[in-house]
Design a protein around this ligand. Structure first.
Ligand code: ADP
Ligand code: MG
Length: 306
């Protein structure tokens, strides 16, 4: 690699700690599942930072590790290696008691099947009350919070209904209310609109936006739905258990959303070159890198050609 004629800026003496200001920090996160003699690397060194107040969509093919990431962040499952920190909690070293507190107070989780987030014999009021009862919140405060959440998310009319008497969208919103009961900083939603039709899924997405914007909760939402990922300011793509690219969207003057795609570089400087770029220029095992004044050029290795 030739860098002749270019002066490189001095490296900082000590870089600030990776993601020191972020609410969610995943640093080289690894989760290996072992079933008998078969090992599956569900996450292979994933890096992700989410700032407080953000709403981030996570997208990726089936099997890319999205649900694994969410269950680690939710404290349902523990990482094999790497670092995962949420709101100051180190998820690698949580004791059993800390894990209970973390799951009860710091994060809320909603899973893919709206109905599965609810208990069949509880009505919405009881369902939202339950996490607070477990956390020993006084009765009166519980009643107020139930009312506040059901009203805010537009499902007060379901207060006395059981899941079987609600629509899919109502079930999803009541599930979100229950996840928010103990005022978590972070709401994690794994394909919350996966089993819903387009109109209902838009309604549930609008609810999540309200949760983010009005209640100030940081939201991470795994989705397959391009209508959803197209509407959040930041979409993170996972490929083979790593974050590979990010799309950032911002409003331009005419309040249209302008999207820009970035490749994600890890702390060792690795980036993934998209497959269509590799195919277009026939980039294979080795490439030439050259430092130009304002960019890095990546070129085909011509020494291999005959
Ligand atoms: P996604 O949600 O993106 O579809 P997952 O996180 O569910 O992906 O799965 C990632 C990989 O890990 C897949 O290959 C999956 O088969 C595997 N995996 C997920 N959970 C388990 C488990 N409990 N035991 C063994 N393998 C698992
Ligand atoms: Mg999944």
């Amino acid at each position: 690699m030739s860098v002749t004629g270019l002066s490189l800026p001095d490296a900082p003496q000590r870089a600030p700690e990776f993601g020191s200001t972020a609410l969610i920090v995943c640093d080289n996160l690894v989760r290996i599942y072992q079933t008998g003699s078969i090992e599956v690397q569900a996450l292979q060194g994933l890096d992700l930072l989410v700032e407080a107040g953000e709403m981030v969509a996570v997208v990726g093919a089936s099997g890319s590790g999205k649900s694994t990431l969410l269950s680690l962040l939710a404290g349902i499952d523990a990482p094999t290696a790497g670092k995962a920190k949420v709101a100051g909690w180190d998820l690698m070293t949580l004791s059993r008691a800390q894990r209970v507190r973390y799951r009860r107070h710091t994060v809320g989780f909603v899973g893919q099947q709206a109905g599965h987030n609810l208990i069949p014999y509880l009505n919405a009021r009881q369902m939202v009350d339950l996490p607070m009862t477990l956390a020993r919140v006084p009765r009166r405060e519980r009643a107020e919070r139930v009312e506040e959440l059901l009203t805010r998310l537009g499902v007060m009319h379901c207060a006395d209904r059981r899941p079987a008497q609600m629509s899919g969208g109502e079930q999803a919103r009541v599930g979100i209310c229950a996840a928010l009961a103990n005022r978590p900083k972070v709401l994690l939603a794994d394909e919350p609109t996966g089993s819903l039709d387009t109109a209902t899924s838009a309604e549930v997405f609008a609810t999540l936006r309200t949760v983010n914007q009005d209640l100030g909760v940081t939201v991470v939402i795994v989705t397959h739905d391009p209508d959803v990922s197209g509407q959040v300011a930041r979409t993170v793509a996972i490929r083979d258990g790593r974050t590979s690219s990010e799309v950032l969207r911002r409003a331009n003057g005419d309040s249209e959303l302008v999207a820009e795609e970035f490749a994600v570089m890890d702390r060792a400087g690795r980036i993934q070159i998209p497959k269509d770029y590799r195919l277009a220029l026939d980039l294979t095992r080795r490439v030439r890198l050259a430092l130009e004044t304002d960019h890095v050029a990546v070129q085909r290795d011509t020494t291999q050609e005959s």
